[in-house]
Design a protein around this ligand. Structure first.
Ligand SMILES: Nc1nc2c(c(=O)[nH]1)N[C@H]1C(S)=C(S)[C@@H](COP(=O)(O)OP(=O)(O)OC[C@H]3O[C@@H](n4cnc5c(=O)[nH]c(N)nc54)[C@H](O)[C@@H]3O)O[C@H]1N2
Ligand SMILES: Nc1nc2c(c(=O)[nH]1)N[C@H]1C(S)=C(S)[C@@H](COP(=O)(O)OP(=O)(O)OC[C@H]3O[C@@H](n4cnc5c(=O)[nH]c(N)nc54)[C@H](O)[C@@H]3O)O[C@H]1N2
Ligand SMILES: [Mo]
Length: 676
């Protein structure tokens, strides 16, 4: 048996280091690398199934051309050269007729590998003059909200969180979505720390925590301001630190005066005593650590709520303790030379841009229309909101769709041309994490399966086919990785590509107390309780509670808020192609409170129709009190075949934009449910 190493490329904070066991050149097992400081030999069940994904029957191994009607799933084999020639020929004609803006790239984070995520593709579409895509589907609203407070995406190093005495998991289901953060918290708990979860349903993380605060969807801003109210009222703030390192303190004091425990209890569904207790438990135990999740920001008010929560350690001065503060997103510890990677200078004008969450509208309404779509690193037919419109768009006979994929996804089925993509075990890449602070590199572990090619290579070939002669279109993965790491920061870190290749993973040198003396990257240099940027973006100058647009208003006769969070067994829609994992996940279902079920004559196991003005989805009811009355939960983005009549959960979700940066509002969805 032979052992080689790789890195998990999937869109997950943990970015694990893999130890891969091979026999006769075949991958037998994938395990956690015991030498990686964060992975520590542990990986999730999904990744342990990688050999099934790699060699599974759903793998796309050759280029294919559609041979039946659109969406029929009938394809015939073609060679790479023929496929690329056809794409280039179609694009040349389209560009001549309508301008290259009629071509739209669509990608997200199928791979987090720096080079295959965003590099040669951006160069190519910049040079082509294609419509630009705003990649908003995941975390931009919360990201911008966090930046209103602190200016950049840096927070507590997760390895320091073991030192905390109180750890709040806020809107994050870490047990299923950030496993190693839960393991680090367990370590802290063994040393006496308490773990608190704040969520809208009692998920695995809530069960594992010592205390659970079960709140109403979209009420996090109110809760954070209520905690601030009690912290200031009861003398729990570190005012001397806050006076030196925040701006807008007096106004903030006045504003939070409006968030009495009684009012906050009404807004959140908690009892006033719970608000007071949480404020005291948080502020009186130090170091205090908040892991700020992604779930709470998939709402109309997600940006502002993230801002409000992020400010709590600036009141208590928690940043002065090792392990104290907040961790939302740590990509700021990995500054990469994006201009060198993506070459925005290759654009000749300023092409239009569209918001990816509005793909349905973009494909069906935009003028002048999109005439060709090139999809990679994403599965929009399943993951994008307002799914019926997306499908209407994908079904357009006049839309020339190319999908570069590892597996046969819902989106691939609607393609005119499907191209085979390598997996992380078959190509090189450079990996950062958006949670831990270890830089990684991986070389291929096995040769490319079938005729699959990495993203970088496909764009190199497309550039050649289009006659793009700039030498940057011939760069290798190593050259581009070198360009990404060319900023002085990497020299200061003592990290070169040669060293990284030798050591596979290198932990960054991060100050133990990054913000003990403030020094935030905001316009004022302080943590901003009051923000001019917020005003410029249409928010109030200080964080405030704002109701969900589809929340309390009870539009369209729909009375239940639908939350559709990630599934334990899948990674977004990835891994749904692994039979053992879909079998383990069972079938798509809807959790509802006994009171809501009884009011609709619904019993455990009943087939139900979940619907609103946008569409419907057929699920099986699970009646339990892990959800509050008025809230229903359907976990996972499943492939369409798993739903009766092939109507996915995103048929219900809205393509409305959140309060910041055009983020997605998957969880601000009102539905009604009836027995079928
Ligand atoms: N197993 C697994 N792991 C994953 C993924 C996956 O699909 N499966 N996806 C990956 C990706 S892309 C991401 S972005 C992350 C996301 O992982 P997380 O950061 O954990 O975010 P979510 O799972 O979307 O939501 C977390 C929790 O927020 C809750 N929530 C919803 N609305 C609210 C609210 O208004 N307030 C509060 N307090 N809580 C609310 C949801 O019920 C859910 O339990 O996970 C990554 N890891
Ligand atoms: N209802 C609902 N919808 C959601 C969410 C939710 O919680 N609820 N979560 C949202 C979030 S947070 C996110 S991030 C999005 C994620 O949405 P997507 O980014 O579309 O994620 P996946 O569904 O995992 O699809 C990624 C695809 O990329 C492919 N891929 C992987 N590596 C490569 C590669 O190297 N090259 C190529 N060409 N392809 C590759 C995989 O095979 C996979 O099919 O979904 C969003 N949609
Ligand atoms: Mo995400």
């Amino acid at each position: 048996m032979e052992i080689r190493y790789s890195v998990c490329p999937h869109d997950c904070p943990d970015t694990c280091a893999w130890q891969v066991e091979l026999e006769g050149g075949k991958v037998l097992r994938v395990k956690g690398d015991p030498t990686h400081p964060v992975t520590q030999g542990v990986i999730c069940a999904k990744a342990r199934h990688y050999p099934q994904r790699l060699y599974g029957k759903e793998r796309v191994l050759y280029p294919w051309r559609r041979s039946g009607s659109k969406g029929s799933g009938r394809f015939e084999r073609v060679g790479w050269e023929e496929a690329l020639k056809e794409i280039a020929a179609r694009w040349r004609v389209l560009a001549a007729e309508s301008g290259a803006e009629c071509i739209l790239p669509f990608s997200y984070a199928g791979t987090e590998g720096i080079i295959n995520n965003a590099g040669m593709d951006r160069r190519f579409f910049n040079r082509l003059g294609a419509t630009q895509l705003r990649r908003t589907i995941c975390s931009v609203a919360g990201g911008e909200g966090y930046k209103l407070a602190y200016g950049e995406m840096r927070g507590v190093d997760p390895l320091a969180s073991v030192k905390a005495r109180v750890l709040i998991f806020w809107g994050i289901n870490a047990l299923e979505t950030n496993l190693h953060q839960a393991l680090l918290a367990d370590q802290a708990r063994r040393q006496g720390a308490r773990i608190i979860a704040v969520d809208v349903h009692r998920n695995k993380t809530a069960d594992w925590a010592d205390e659970f605060y079960h709140i109403l969807p979209g009420s996090d801003g109110a809760l954070a301001l209520g905690l601030a109210h009690v912290i200031l009222r009861d003398g729990l703030a570190d005012l001397s630190w806050a006076e030196r390192n925040t701006c807008g303190l007096d106004e903030f004091k006045a504003e939070t005066g409006r968030y009495s425990p009684q009012r906050v209890a009404r807004l959140t569904g908690l009892r006033p005593g719970q608000v007071i207790k949480l404020a005291h438990d948080y502020a009186e135990n130090r170091p205090s650590f908040i892991r700020l999740g992604n779930g709470l920001q998939h709402h109309d008010n997600g940006g502002m709520n993230t801002w409000a929560i992020a400010l709590l350690p600036a009141l208590t001065g928690a940043w002065q303790d090792e392990g104290g503060g907040v961790l939302k997103h740590n990509s700021g510890y990995f500054p990469l030379d994006r201009e060198a990677l993506e070459r925005p200078d290759l654009r000749s004008g300023e092409p239009r841009s569209v918001n990816m969450i509005q793909l349905g509208k973009v494909l069906t309404e935009l003028e002048p229309p999109i005439r060709s779509l090139y999809v990679y690193n994403s599965n929009p037919a399943a993951v994008v909101p307002d799914q019926n419109r997306v499908r209407q768009g994908l079904a357009r006979e006049d839309l020339f769709t190319v999908v570069h994929e590892q597996v046969w996804t819902d989106t691939a089925r609607w393609a005119d041309i499907v191209l085979p993509a390598t997996t992380c075990l078959e190509h090189q890449d450079l990996y950062v994490s958006y949670w831990h602070t270890v830089l990684q590199w991986a070389d291929p572990v096995i040769p490319a399966q079938g005729e699959s090619l990495p993203n970088i290579e496909v764009f190199r070939r497309l550039a050649e086919a289009m006659g793009f002669t700039d030498p940057c279109f011939r760069d290798s993965t190593e050259e581009m990785a070198g360009q990404a790491l060319s900023l002085p920061y990497w020299q200061e870190q003592g990290i070169t590509l040669a060293r990284l290749r030798r050591e596979r993973h290198v932990a960054l040198k991060i100050p133990a107390l990054p913000f003990a003396q403030g020094g935030f990257a905001t316009p004022s240099g302080r943590a901003e309780l009051r923000s001019e940027k917020a005003v410029q973006r249409g928010l109030p100058p200080l964080p405030a509670h704002r109701p969900l647009l589809e929340g309390p208003e009870k539009k369209e006769g729909c009375h239940l808020t639908l939350i559709s969070p990630p599934n334990h067994h899948f990674l977004n829609s990835t891994f749904t192609e692994v039979e053992a994992l879909t079998a383990g996940a069972g079938e798509p279902h809807l959790e509802m409170h006994p009171r809501d079920a009884a009011a609709r004559g619904i019993r455990e196991g009943d087939p139900v129709k979940v619907f609103n003005a946008r569409g419907e989805c057929l699920l099986k009811a699970k009646v339990l009190d892990s959800v509050l009355p008025g809230v229903v939960v359907a976990s996972g983005v499943w492939p369409l075949w798993a739903y009766p009549e092939e109507r996915g959960i995103n048929a219900l979700t809205s393509a409305r934009e959140a309060d910041l940066a055009g983020g997605a509002v998957f969880f601000s969805t009102l539905v009604e449910v009836e027995k079928r």
